[in-house]
Structures are given as C-alpha cells and as structure tokens.
Design a protein around this ligand. Sequence first.
Ligand SMILES: CC(C)(COP(=O)(O)OP(=O)(O)OC[C@H]1O[C@@H](n2cnc3c(N)ncnc32)[C@H](O)[C@@H]1OP(=O)(O)O)[C@@H](O)C(=O)NCCC(=O)NCCS
Length: 246
Amino acid sequence: MNHRPGRGSSQLPARAFRDALAATFQRLQRFHLPRCGVSWVTYGCLLNKINESTYPLVREEIAATAKTAVPGQEGTISERDVIVPTMTLVIREMRDGDARSFLEVQYAAVHRIAVRDYPPEVIEAWAPLPITQAAVEAVIDNPEEEIRFLAERGGHIIGLACLVIANNELRACYVAPEAARTGVGKALLMKIEETARNAGVRYLYADSSLTAEQFYRSQGYEVTEYSHHLLRGRWPMACVKIRKAL
Ligand SMILES: CC(C)(COP(=O)(O)OP(=O)(O)OC[C@H]1O[C@@H](n2cnc3c(N)ncnc32)[C@H](O)[C@@H]1OP(=O)(O)O)[C@@H](O)C(=O)NCCC(=O)NCCS
C-alpha cells in the first residue's frame, strides 16, 4: 500500500508503525476492544474502536517508536494518518495558511478513493503530483471566490468543501481516505447547504464525480444527467450532474 509521506517529527516507517500498533493493541486489550488483527487493512478497523480516552495511548506508542525508528523502504505513515472517528469533528472556514493541507486532502481523496473509478490520466489531470507552490498559491488566490470549509479532527485537516454562491454551485467535497465513511462528507455538505440557504440560494448544482454519486444521492441530491466535466477547462472526465432544492 502506498501511503503518502507524513509531516513533522512523528513519521514512522510502515513496519515500525505495524509493530507499534501491535504493541498498542496488546495494551488496549484492557479496554475490551474486539480483536481484529493488525495489518494495513485492519488497523483502521482497530482505530475505529478507539475513543478519545484511549487515543492518547496510541499516540504515545507511536511517538515512542518514532524516536527509535529508522526510516525504511516501505513508505511512511505519520500521526496525521491516525485519526479517530470518535474525536470531535470541527467544521470551520479555511484560512490562507491551510492551502497546502487543503490540496493534500483533495489529492489524497483523488489518488486513493476516486482512483477506482477513473483512468490514470484523469487522476493525474485532476490532482497532479507533486503539489507545487504555484498550486498552493492558486488556491490562495481564489479567483472564483469559493467559500471553503475544512473539517478537522484531533487538529488534523481531514476534509474540505467549497461553494460558489454566484453559480449556485457546490464546487467540491473531499474527505481524506483515512477518515472516509465516518460522516465527515455529510457534515461538510450540511455546512455548505446552510451557508447557501442563508445567502438566498434555492437550488444547489454540482458536477459530481462518479465516485461521489451514491454519497450525494444519500444526501437528497437528484441526478439530472450523466455527462463530462472539463478538468481545468481542458481534460474531460466523466461526471454526474446533480442538484438539490434547498
Ligand atoms: C464522496 C466523499 C466526499 C464522501 O465522504 P465521506 O465522508 O466518506 O461520506 P460520509 O461518511 O459523510 O457518508 C454519508 C453517507 O453517504 C453515503 N456514502 C458515502 N460514501 C459512499 C460510497 N462509497 N458508497 C455508497 N454510499 C456512500 C452513505 O449513505 C453514507 O452513510 P453511511 O456511512 O452511514 O452509510 C469521499 O468519498 C471522497 O472524498 N471521495 C473522493 C473524492 C470525490 O470524488 N469527491 C467528490 C468530488 S465532486
């Protein structure tokens, strides 16, 4: 599994992370967590069972291992990847200083979630890696006056959504893969809809990805057309045109 490099002092080689998690798992037994094995696939399952009171234990374990770990070849994982669904979710407006994290979340969602529905050339045009300073500055410029909201858990940015009032348009909704299916997208959408409603918007429209169709349908959006969207005005990607009366 290819995890993006994390940031800060808590980066761990993948093997060390597994070891740390195995050790943590032993300690967490006393919290009566169901046993679910320790692997890349199941660590998320284990973390889903951890609550705010047990989370510090995991962090401690990871931090301790990080001090002794030698970066390996397997890729790295950071504390940022260890996000616990039961921690408080905060939805707030984006600030300029969040622009790189905004792109990191968006790109991770594209490269690790939407990747199952699109060919590599679309994924690359949609979220070209690496994230450049020019891309970060373009986000800050915000020429279309997007209203942007971020979702945060445990101090980590794990989701984003954008609204363009002038077009009645829901422009984007992305959730970090490690936080998917924990209600983050729904919370962001509720904030976007509330903001649009308060601005007098009666209908919201969006070009949804194929990936997000079921998500939007579950939140009351109707499909008006299966179509194509031009990425950055140039590369076509299959999309689903949707709308919702507010
Ligand atoms: C689409 C996306 C934003 C959904 O975010 P999320 O936080 O995982 O969604 P939520 O947990 O709030 O889901 C709310 C409900 O939507 C539905 N839903 C979400 N993802 C779904 C999926 N993959 N398949 C079926 N239903 C889904 C479910 O009913 C879910 O409720 P449940 O988990 O209780 O069953 C996220 O998957 C993502 O970032 N995808 C990749 C990027 C992308 O394509 N974004 C849209 C650009 S237009």
